[in-house]
Ligand binder design. Structure first.
Ligand SMILES: Nc1ncnc2c1ncn2[C@@H]1O[C@H](COP(=O)(O)OP(=O)(O)O)[C@@H](O)[C@H]1O
Ligand SMILES: [Mg+2]
Length: 280
């Protein structure tokens, strides 16, 4: 009797979790759409701001030179007086810095928009030949804020071939692994992302020096709803989802871990998926 009640309670809990997850993915999907729309809208003004800035920089050089030449025609005392009245020397020094800074800021915005666009194709499920490193980098940029107080990111990238995959879905896997790694680190850890390949596989590993996982839990972590996190922190679906994404890619996801030392998740994607898929 009480066993039955336990079962019912468990089921109810799972329904609640599933509902939460569903709501969250609904939100994510509409967020994705919104992000793609906003990115598209921002692209146009950013485009002309960027080209204006380049021209402005040329104009500034011209104008400062013109002022200098003209001031040479004046008696030196008068020229110095005018220059100091208008802060000429300071402006000449500061202008290029301001322009460079603005350019830098603008490129940062352009990068963010590109990442948002890459990332927001959440619903796309087409296999394409993709550069995995681009996916990792745009995922990293998306989670940079979450990671920066927790961990230093070390990248050891090989010279990878293109991979036949659904990029947005692999990004989802990288996102899960990076968030898990960060959540396993209490403070000031290191997350190492390594990539490599051989004849059959392209692989990506995400290693952390966080809490680690007990050996007898290493398989359970891939089960849906297995979580050791507090409500709101985790649903226990990240790794299950990641595994199903990799199955779709005829790939693998494996975990190695040592309690107290850290964990390493390895994602393997077949190099010749196109041919493998055709062969059935
Ligand atoms: N890098 C990691 N270090 C330590 N434990 C981990 C790590 N990644 C996953 N885990 C364990 O696996 C569980 C399941 O992970 P996941 O499926 O992503 O769900 P969630 O993160 O929502 O809990 C986590 O709750 C945690 O106990
Ligand atoms: Mg997770």
């Amino acid at each position: 009797m009480s066993g039955e009640k336990n079962e019912t309670e468990k089921l109810q809990q799972q329904v609640t979790l599933l509902t939460e997850q569903l709501l969250r993915s609904e939100k994510l999907a509409s967020l994705g759409e919104l992000a793609a729309g906003v990115a598209h809208e921002i692209n146009n003004p950013i485009g002309y701001v960027a080209s204006n800035l380049a021209v402005l920089s040329e104009y500034t050089d011209s104008l400062t030179l013109l002022v200098r030449r003209m001031s040479e025609q004046l008696p030196i005392a008068q020229s110095n007086l005018l220059k100091s009245q208008f802060d000429y020397d300071y402006i000449c020094e500061d202008l290029p810095k301001l322009l460079a800074q603005s350019e830098e800021g603008l490129y940062r915005v352009i990068e963010i928009i590109r990442d948002l666009k890459d990332f927001s194709h959440l619903d796309e499920d087409e296999f394409v030949d993709a550069d995995i490193h681009l996916g990792i980098q745009s995922t990293l940029n998306i989670v940079a804020n979450e990671l920066k107080y927790k961990a230093e990111i070390v990248k050891k990238f090989a010279d990878l071939p293109l991979v036949y995959c659904i990029p947005s879905q692999l990004n989802q896997v990288f996102l899960n692994l990076l968030m898990n790694a960060a959540q396993a680190i209490e403070s000031a850890g290191v997350i190492t992302i390594t990539t490599g390949f051989d004849e059959h596989w392209v692989w990506v590993s995400v290693a952390d020096n966080g809490s680690g996982i007990a050996a007898d839990k290493l398989e359970q972590i891939f089960q849906p709803f297995y979580t050791t996190k507090q409500k709101g922190q985790g649903t226990g679906l990240g790794l299950a989802l990641s595994r199903s994404i990799l199955e779709k890619h005829r790939g693998l996801i494996e975990a190695k871990s040592e309690l107290g030392l850290g964990s390493c998740f390895i994602v393997k994607i077949p190099r010749h998926l196109a041919t493998a898929a055709a062969a059935g």
